[in-house]
Design a binder for this molecule. Sequence first.
Ligand SMILES: Cc1cc2nc3c(=O)[nH]c(=O)nc-3n(C[C@H](O)[C@H](O)[C@H](O)COP(=O)(O)OP(=O)(O)OC[C@H]3O[C@@H](n4cnc5c(N)ncnc54)[C@H](O)[C@@H]3O)c2cc1C
Ligand SMILES: Cc1ncc(C[n+]2csc(CCOP(=O)(O)OP(=O)(O)O)c2C)c(N)n1
Ligand SMILES: [Mg+2]
Length: 595
Amino acid sequence: MGTNTEPSASKTKELQANAHLSTPTRLTGAEIIWATLVGEGVTTVFGYPGGTILPAYDALRKFPIKHVLVRHEQGAAHMADGYARASGKVGVAIATSGPGSTNLVTGIATAMLDSIPMVCITANVSSKLLGTDAFQEVDITGITLPVTKHNFLVNKTEDLAGVLRHAFQVARSGRPGPVLVDITKDAEQTSAIFDFEAAKPRPYRPHPMLNVEDTGLAEAAELIRNSKRPVILAGHGVMESGAMEQVRTLAERAEIPVALTLLGLGGFPASHPLNLGMMGMHGEAWVNHAIQESDLLIACGMRFDDRVTGSLSTYATKAKKIHIEVDPAEVNKNVKVDVALVGDLREVLEKLLPRISGREGSAWLKNIEASKGAVTVRDIKNLPDSGHLYAAHVMHDLWRMTGGDTIVVTDVGQHQMWEAQYFRHEKPRTLITSGGLGTMGFALPAAIGAKMACPEKEVWVVVGDGGFQMTAAELATIVQEKIKINIAVINNGYLGMVRQWQEFFYESNYEATPMVSPDFVKLADAHGIPGRAVRTRAEVAEAVKAARAASGPYLLNFMVEKEDSVYPMIPAGSALHEMIRRPDRDPLEERADDK
Ligand SMILES: Cc1cc2nc3c(=O)[nH]c(=O)nc-3n(C[C@H](O)[C@H](O)[C@H](O)COP(=O)(O)OP(=O)(O)OC[C@H]3O[C@@H](n4cnc5c(N)ncnc54)[C@H](O)[C@@H]3O)c2cc1C
Ligand SMILES: Cc1ncc(C[n+]2csc(CCOP(=O)(O)OP(=O)(O)O)c2C)c(N)n1
Ligand SMILES: [Mg+2]
């Protein structure tokens, strides 16, 4: 089954014949919306129609843009987000006024917390009705003010092209983020001269602080030269900046190990000898110990989230800190740093690298290696089959069988952490996950967006039984769009991550976490999607093979151990080295000698 992302041939012809972009032409506001999007290079949008946005939908047929009809506007926002995360381009979501636009809000906040470039276009009531509590009137610019990078209300047709172009510029420049453009119905209906060139925004002017000076670079190089126990902390900004090569060069040239945030996974190859793995609340023990013992942290495009630092007063107290970061507001926000290099990571590293020469790091690397001890590689392939199906095995087999060459889109919870621990990401943009907001229901729609952006790539959804039920309606979107996505439901019968907190911190009072679910295989079947349940470890590989071989979407319902927990775990607010470890006699051992 192929994907359906390309505009139809007839629409493409219209684009070629489309003189709007070069010759100023009189168009309706509705037409200007699409004409501007075409000019900005948009080929796919995700949306849901309604009364006030109907003029725009009516005009859509004239433009070479593929519209994906979602089942809930939250899905449209997550799809636009997944599209952006997979491709690096700006994702676009469309909704009508009132409930249509408020349904976008969770998806917008999700993109905001993870710095994802997105433009959301909503319609509002006609300008003369604004402020009258008209039918489906809602102040969506007010509502989304704190969760957008910027937002606009347009009530004049002649302003539309300029505002939309500006919105794209804001979304993708500097630290990316979501932008909302709310358009009154009358601005869609009346006409104006569309002049794409004249609507071009003024060139993006970086913040005046974004000017790395020689003194800062010299100080950073000096700290690196003199450090005995440095660690690079690589975050999401590595991918957003496209600085994978520069980070690697820095690590290799100065022999510095690299720890990754959840959103940084894939920015530095998992198989690289200098890769330590994930840091933070569910990071590897040796990574957190290395950070606590370090004398120099070089933070590259990461924002010292509390899931990463644990308690700030005890965080890496022996270390000097260098922070390379595009957003000045992030510098000294959580962690006070010694040298701040504010700018685009790739550009800053390109200036810094000529000042870095060979540095001997083997003693520190050996020290970290030794600290891995008996509990290390998470290479659990040879562990005896205890008759239990652990989510860890599912992730591990998924990684082995795909060779890691797939986009994995996860939801939020235990399965998300097991994916991060057991699936090894070699390449950027192969893990798509909601980190900052931790939005359950994200995975299925975000995967649709990712597949639309990268139709040639294999895409897997890894989702819990709880989160899957939040946006499962988008199964119908998969079918309508004829796209091939594989879905792995990690079904533990619980809101597992919350159950784990109840077990550890609330005396196992499992209030409101056991969850009854429908038969997910039957649910898929009702959509015409084949699938099967998997109950034992022996069946996992065959099931993954069947899903991959199927020509269309496929769902696997993995009935995993119900009360397993994610280890290690730093209790919220504790120090980074105060980890709860997997109990010794737990059936799922993680031993170094399993290599
Ligand atoms: C259940 C759960 C558990 C979690 N556990 C962990 C955990 O154990 N470990 C962990 O790491 N995370 C964990 N997280 C995720 C965590 O909440 C944060 O989302 C994550 O740590 C943020 O990573 P980041 O700072 O790399 O990315 P972001 O939050 O996206 O920040 C990226 C930073 O890079 C900057 N940037 C962007 N573009 C550029 C550029 N061009 N040049 C320079 N800088 C740039 C941005 O301004 C921003 O400051 C968990 C999340 C959930 C839901
Ligand atoms: C929209 C939303 N509501 C509530 C939460 C709080 N929460 C975090 S993880 C989790 C449990 C997830 O359960 P499930 O989807 O079954 O995944 P599991 O942890 O069992 O792998 C909950 C309720 C959230 N992150 N998002
Ligand atoms: Mg669950």
